[in-house]
Design a protein. Sequence first.
Length: 243
Amino acid sequence: MTVTDSALLTVDSIDVYYGAVQALSSVSLELFEGEVVAILGGNASGKSTTVKSVLGVVKPRNGTIYLDDERIDGCEPPEIIARGLASNPEGRRVFPRMSVYENLQMGAYVRRRDGAHTLRGEIEELLELFPRLRERLTQTAGTLSGGEQQMLAMARAMLRKPRLLCIDEPSMGLSPRFVDAVYERLYTLKNHGLSILMVDQNANRALELADRAYVLQSGSVVLSGAARRLHDNPEVRKVYLGG
């Protein structure tokens, strides 16, 4: 992993509300290029809202979000995606009536000017990383298992050639075997230098993968630091790791 000196993503003191209810209070975080950052916390702690704020799905009432040196907190999701972010949302959200191959093609839709030959080559490379998908190219996505859908959602996101992958709950609802398979692919993406911002209630696995982590509670950051240090923190182990 190569980490540069300047932050790729900077979230600075954002407040987010859903109506009158405050979901985030002065949340700040940084992610450097080539780094994996995990956001941990219990239910309703603000983890997914933080990622949605980065993607422009929800708008902070206060604070700023920068990608490199450009503000994105006022941008709509398509503009943010065009700047190099990709989303692997909670629940996968594949197109259930479309085939696996058609879902992959949809991931490359924003790059349709790159040419069919280029995109076919990149799909072929991803099928090497996700061989299970190759076996199911003509199968409708809605008939895949949860783990297979997660792999499809990851592959679809990667076809956007993102600088930063935002992934929300990659292990939710998966069997231990598929959790291992999904994290094996995330390690491969990390080793290829992809920057990743991730949320996962499987805190053990997230901290093993991540370089740094932030712990949210009731919409505020209560702990942050190197993932290994947080993994060994007695409070974190007691509350989130079952230690």
